[in-house]
Design a protein. Structure first.
Length: 414
C-alpha cells in the first residue's frame, strides 16, 4: 500500500481524536456524530465520511446481507471513518450494562463510551445463546460496485477509543472447550440480570504506552507483578454482504470475509474482497487491541476502535486485481512486506489445504510461477500461520514475502 495513504490515516486519526477529546488525542474517543455522512476533519481538505455505531447502523450478532439497506453510499476512492464497538463488557454474561461492568473494574462513567451505553440500553434484541457476540457496523455501499468486481480496502488507521479492553473465555468455546473455564458450569437461570451465574471468565486488561511510545497490554500475576505484551490494533471483522437474504451469523468467516481475525491486517495494510451484491455492502466490527495467532481462549484483547478506510472499486478485469481471471473468489490481504493468502474451513487440516491452494493460485496467476515450482517455493519460503481456531470456521493464513519477488514484473499496478 502507498505510504502516503497510511500517513493520511494517522493524520486523520489524530485530527479527529483531537476534535473529539479537546486538547489531546487521548481517551475516550466518543462518537463524532449521531448519523452517517460527511464530516469535517481539521487540517484535511478532502471529503471524509463517518459512520457511527448506533441502533440504526449496527447488527448485533449478524453480518450484513443482500437485503440490507446501506447506511451510507460513497464513491470509489472515498475515505471513511468508522467508530466501532467491542462487544466485551456489553454482553449478557457481563450484565449488558457497560457502566456497571466497567465501574466494577474501576472505570469512571465518563470513560465509558456513550454509544456502548445507548446500544445496551436500547430495545435491540440479542440472544446470548443463539446470536453471535459481535456488534457489526454498516453496511456501506460503494457506488457502481457489482457482482464480480473487487473492493480494495486500504486500512489507513485503527485507533483505540478507550484505555481498556477485555479477554474472555466462555464455557463450551475456545481451544480447550470443556477444560476451561475451570470453575462451575453455567446455571440454568443465568441471565443479564444474574450474569455471575454464567460462570464465564472475562479478564479486564488495561493498555498503556511503553517508553518507545508503543501500545502494550498490562496483566498481573498472583504476586501482583506486572506482565506486558505488545498491542497492535486491527479489525477482526471486515467483509462484504454475501448473495443471500438469510441471516448471516457473525462468528464464522467465509468467502465474503467477515470474522477472519488475521492480526497482520492492521493499519497500513489492504484487504481485497470479492463483490457479491450491488454496492458491495461493506461492514466492520470485532475490533482488537492485540491477538496472538490461534486466539486460543476464545477472544483476543477486545477493544473498541476508530478505524479509517479508503475504498477503491476495482471493476472486473482491472489489472490491479490479484488474479488472472479478473475477479476474486475469496479475500486476499496485502501488507507492506507480504501477500496474505487466506484459508478457511471448519476442519483445520482443510483450512491449511485451502490456504496452500490459494497461495499457489496467487503465485501462478500473478507471479507467473509454474504451479509445481510455486508449491516447492511455499514449502521452503512461506510461513503458514493459524489465524484462529475458535470461530467455528478455522483460519490459516500464508505470508508470502514480497521481497522474494522484487525482480518479477507483476501485472499488479500499485
Amino acid at each position: 500500500m502507498n505510504n502516503k495513504h497510511w500517513t493520511l490515516g494517522v493524520l486523520l486519526a489524530g485530527a479527529v481524536a483531537s476534535a473529539c477529546a479537546g486538547t489531546t488525542p487521548e481517551f475516550p474517543l466518543q462518537p463524532l456524530a449521531d448519523k452517517p455522512g460527511p464530516i469535517a476533519v481539521k487540517g484535511h481538505r478532502g471529503k471524509v465520511f463517518y459512520v457511527p455505531s448506533t441502533r440504526a447502523t449496527i447488527k448485533w450478532g449478524y453480518l450484513s446481507n443482500a437485503a440490507d439497506v446501506p447506511v451510507l453510499t460513497v464513491p470509489s476512492g472515498a475515505t471513511v471513518i468508522f467508530d466501532t464497538l467491542s462487544h466485551e463488557g456489553l454482553l449478557e454474561d457481563q450484565g449488558r450494562n457497560p457502566l456497571q461492568y466497567f465501574a466494577s473494574k474501576g472505570i469512571p462513567a465518563n470513560q465509558v463510551l456513550k454509544d456502548a451505553i445507548a446500544i445496551t440500553q436500547s430495545d435491540l434484541p440479542h440472544d446470548f445463546a443463539k446470536d453471535g457476540p459481535h456488534i457489526i457496523t454498516g453496511p456501506l455501499a460503494v457506488d457502481g460496485a457489482e457482482p464480480g468486481d473487487v473492493l480494495k480496502v486500504d486500512i489507513l488507521s485503527v485507533v483505540p477509543r478507550v484505555a481498556y479492553g477485555v479477554i474472555s473465555n466462555r464455557h463450551g468455546k475456545g481451544a480447550l472447550a470443556g477444560e476451561f473455564p475451570e470453575g462451575p458450569k453455567p446455571e440454568p437461570d443465568a441471565s443479564a440480570q444474574a450474569p455471575e451465574k454464567f460462570h464465564n471468565v472475562s479478564v479486564f486488561t488495561p493498555i498503556r504506552r511503553n517508553r518507545s511510545g508503543q501500545w502494550e497490554g498490562v496483566m498481573k500475576n498472583r504476586q501482583g507483578e506486572t506482565i506486558t505484551f505488545p498491542a497492535t490494533p486491527f479489525m477482526g471483522v471486515m467483509g462484504v454482504a454475501p448473495a443471500t437474504d438469510q441471516p448471516v451469523h457473525s462468528v464464522p468467516p467465509g468467502a465474503y470475509g467477515g470474522n477472519i481475525d488475521v492480526k497482520d491486517l492492521g493499519a497500513g495494510t489492504t484487504i481485497y474482497l470479492p463483490v457479491f451484491v450491488p454496492g458491495a455492502n461493506f461492514y466492520t466490527g470485532d475490533p482488537h487491541m492485540a491477538q496472538a495467532n490461534g486466539e486460543v481462549a476464545l477472544t483476543a484483547l477486545e477493544h473498541s476502535m476508530r478505524a479509517t478506510f479508503r475504498f477503491t472499486l476495482l471493476k472486473k478485469g482491472d489489472r490491479r486485481i490479484p488474479s488472472a481471471s479478473g475477479t476474486l473468489e475469496k479475500p486476499l490481504g496485502e501488507t507492506p512486506h507480504y501477500w496474505v493468502a487466506i484459508g478457511l474451513n471448519p476442519d483445520l487440516d482443510d483450512a491449511m489445504k485451502d490456504a496452500v491452494r490459494e497461495a499457489i493460485r496467487f503465485l501462478s496467476e500473478v507471479m507467473s510461477m509454474d504451479r509445481a515450482i510455486a508449491y516447492a517455493y511455499l514449502s521452503a519460503a512461506t510461513d503458514f500461520n493459524v489465524s484462529q481456531v475458535v470461530d467455528r470456521t478455522k483460519g490459516i493464513h500464508a505470508l508470502i514475502r514480497k521481497s522474494d519477488f522484487r525482480r518479477v514484473k507483476s501485472s499488479l499496478k500499485q
